[in-house]
Design a binder for this molecule. Structure first.
Ligand SMILES: Cc1cc2nc3c(=O)[nH]c(=O)nc-3n(C[C@H](O)[C@H](O)[C@H](O)COP(=O)(O)O)c2cc1C
Length: 272
């Protein structure tokens, strides 16, 4: 499969794109999350090397406000697994990493040099979160490049305080996501994405054709990748035209992580 083959499967509207001969881009364009792994353990030196590659990614103002915690200890792993009693695939994941935002180091540095940290507002939380997300993404790309499978798990934020206690996270350090890592049981599936007309803009933001584009994406996706389960069926019933739109509308019709702001404040951040 060429790069354009992969992209046209994912996006449909690829008329403005061009073919590029690159194994790296071809792999990224065909990537997909993996939740089904072989039992094979991953060598710790391989995981640490991937961490180093991930931490080579860009970082805001060279601040390097992200850390990765590799879970090796089986007791710690079990305590984390216990937070997800019904997620068998997480329990079966050979390796688990926790990506953390770390705004603590910056505050330590300020203290070491006798400077007041005079940016104690939402930006501190935002910058560390973005930095950590960039490292997460870089790790996924690096791991998938050598044939490993991954899946980020933001569901750990449903248990932010418990995870923080287990990992002994100090103030100004918080988990943004876990990452399941292992050798894939089967090849990744290419998940379809929203048409590029609605997500790549030129010169100014545009919502032209927004509903038409999303509805046609929904239809295309239903044909190629129908959902196996419907969210919150007891609340919303069964929808025979269930697709991406209904799935996302249902997902956010039910409150989740309402205590997240309080948790972040409890780590010391000001969110104003
Ligand atoms: C920040 C982030 C958090 C995620 N959290 C979860 C999660 O908690 N559980 C899960 O099964 N998948 C999770 N995923 C995986 C997404 O569901 C997946 O990337 C998305 O469905 C698109 O599929 P693809 O990666 O195969 O293209 C997460 C992905 C990201 C980037």
């Amino acid at each position: 499969m060429t790069l354009l083959n992969n992209l046209s499967r994912r996006f449909d509207d690829v008329e403005d794109l061009c073919e590029i001969e690159s194994e790296t881009l071809r792999k990224i364009s065909a990537r997909g999350s993996c939740r089904n792994f072989t039992n094979e353990k991953i060598d710790i030196s391989l995981i640490k090397t991937l961490c180093a590659v991930a931490l080579s990614s860009p970082t805001k103002s060279d601040l390097q406000q992200r850390d990765i915690i590799i879970i090796e200890n089986q007791v710690t792993r079990q305590r984390i697994n216990d937070q997800f009693p019904s997620n068998d695939w997480i329990h079966a994941t050979p390796s688990l990493l926790i990506f953390c935002a770390n705004n603590r180091r910056q505050r330590q540095i300020s203290q070491w040099r006798g400077k007041k940290f005079n940016n104690d507002h939402l930006d501190a939380f935002f910058n560390a979160s973005i930095d950590s997300g960039i490292a997460l993404s870089a790790f996924v790309i690096a791991a998938e490049a050598i044939g490993l499978g991954c899946c980020p798990i933001s569901a750990i934020r449903n248990y932010s305080q418990a995870i923080s206690d287990i990992l002994k996270l100090p103030d100004y350090v918080f988990p943004i996501a876990a990452l399941a890592l292992g050798w894939p049981e089967q090849p990744a599936e290419i998940n379809l994405r929203i048409p590029l007309e609605s997500t790549v803009h030129t010169d100014q933001f545009s919502e032209s054709n927004i509903q038409k584009n999303i509805e046609s994406y929904d239809m295309r996706r239903r044909n190629v990748q129908p959902y196996e389960t419907q969210k919150h069926r007891t609340l919303f019933g069964t929808d025979e035209n269930y697709g991406w739109i209904e799935d996302k509308a249902r997902q956010y019709a039910v409150p989740q992580r309402e205590d997240f702001g309080d948790y972040i404040k409890s780590r010391g951040f000001k969110l104003e």
